[in-house]
Design a protein around this ligand. Structure first.
Ligand SMILES: Cc1cc2nc3c(=O)[nH]c(=O)nc-3n(C[C@H](O)[C@H](O)[C@H](O)COP(=O)(O)OP(=O)(O)OC[C@H]3O[C@@H](n4cnc5c(N)ncnc54)[C@H](O)[C@@H]3O)c2cc1C
Length: 385
């Protein structure tokens, strides 16, 4: 048995876990990371991975997204410049994003009419749109691998957490603190106020002789040509009726894809065709995965509140009595980073830094993404227990 005691053990080696590992390790902490599938073996290896601004009139959500975007693009450019391709994105108006919404925002943009697009490439269809230059596409696998350089990696399935004498013993790995970055998988502790549900999706990589000058987004995204000359097209969004549904199998065996993979690929290609003519198109690979989301669409990070014991100690929380978050009951030395939704690589580094700063330097976590916000909301509504 390895006698080393790590400062942190992170469970889940996707964008969330790897980003957190990066910042903790940079601060001099010893970090181990485990994943049953390998590094970026979950949703993170499936992602497009497009990084795009969220236009529209300023609100707390798009402000958060756009701050995260600025931070993360800058981070990836410094971390691994060869794995980020920042050529901007053309957003074509649709029902959700009207012209007004695309124009009415604080983000810099340029309007491209159809003549301008035709001058750029005669393969563009009869479309116009809004060009945002702060947008990119990245290589998720190389980025995740780079972020955990210097951390110990174990390929293991973890089925329980054991905490004794202030130390977690997870199979043969010992650590002082645990960070759960499990995506859609069943959580290793109970946190009924954080209800993660999956949104399934599929994307494809295609080969084409067409040069795509920048990313294009309408209801789906098409990437600019990558170094291997493939173009990513993604992604479908399928939410199952039950918000409680958990992933119990790998995507390849999931009934959802087995039944509908071809339809989903066709739907992506048809939507792409409405934007640009991709000549000599050949699908080279399909990717399937599930995004972890909660209803608010904000991600969640921080110390994990012990719901049952907090309410046992302070039952009046249910009636709206204000009890400071500092005196709630928490699982010892246990943190979460999850619900990155459709923007896992926009949020990853930004949240990894926030979580690491809160643990190491006691910098408060913004309320919108805190575990406590979800806890109070659920407790006061008596939604649970
Ligand atoms: C089709 C598709 C397209 C997408 N496109 C984009 C995009 O263009 N841009 C973007 O920013 N985001 C995109 N996303 C979203 C992005 O992929 C996710 O938000 C992000 O990958 C989530 O990262 P994560 O680390 O939280 O989860 P994951 O990457 O799923 O990582 C969780 C990991 O935890 C491991 N794990 C869980 N429990 C255990 C356990 N008990 N023991 C061991 N290992 C465990 C799993 O194996 C998994 O690898 C897309 C997602 C999908 C599905």
């Amino acid at each position: 048995m390895d006698s080393k005691i790590y400062d942190f053990l992170i469970i889940g080696a996707g964008s969330a876990g790897c980003s957190t590992a990066y910042f903790l390790q940079k601060s001099g902490k010893s970090v181990a990371i485990v994943d049953r599938e390998g590094i970026a073996g979950g949703a993170s290896g499936v992602a497009g991975a497009f990084l795009s601004p969220l236009p529209g009139k300023k609100n707390s959500y798009n402000t958060f997204v756009n701050e995260a975007l600025d931070f993360s693009i800058d981070f990836y450019e410094k971390l691994l410049p060869d794995s980020i391709n920042k050529k901007g994105v053309l957003r074509v108006p649709n029902d959700n994003f009207s012209k007004e919404k695309l124009e009415n925002n604080d983000i810099e943009y340029e309007y491209f009419d159809k003549n301008k697009l035709q001058d750029t490439s005669s393969n563009f269809k009869d479309i116009d749109g809004y060009f945002y230059k702060n947008a990119a596409v990245i290589e998720p696998l190389s980025i995740c691998n780079k972020m955990v350089e210097g951390c110990a990696f174990y390929k293991k399935n973890i089925d329980k957490l054991v905490f004794e004498d202030d130390i977690y013993s997870i199979q043969d790995i010992k650590a002082k603190n645990i960070i759960l970055a499990q995506g859609v998988s069943r959580s290793l502790v109970k946190h009924p106020y954080i209800q993660i549900s999956p949104i399934f999706g599929l994307r494809v990589d295609v080969k084409t002789t067409t040069k795509v000058p920048f990313n294009i987004h309408k209801s789906i995204s098409i990437s600019t040509n990558k170094d291997d000359n493939t173009v990513a097209i993604g992604a479908t969004h399928e939410r199952h009726d039950s918000s409680q549904l958990e992933c119990t199998t790998t995507c390849d065996k999931c009934i959802f894809y087995v039944d509908s993979e071809k339809d989903q690929v066709d739907s992506l290609l048809n939507k792409a065709k409405e934007l640009i003519d991709l000549e000599n198109l050949e699908v080279v690979k399909t990717y399937k995965g599930a995004r972890a989301t909660i209803k608010s669409y904000f991600p969640v990070v921080g110390k994990i509140v012990d719901y049952e014991n907090s309410l046992k100690k302070y039952p009046s929380i249910k009636n709206g009595t204000k009890i400071s978050q500092d005196i709630l009951e928490y699982y010892p030395n246990l943190y979460i980073i999850n619900a990155l939704g459709s923007r896992g690589f926009v949020f990853g580094p930004y949240l990894g830094k926030i979580l690491s700063d809160s643990i190491l330097n006691e910098i408060p976590i913004p309320k919108d993404i805190s575990t406590q916000k979800l806890f109070y909301k659920a407790a006061r509504k008596e939604l649970l227990i």
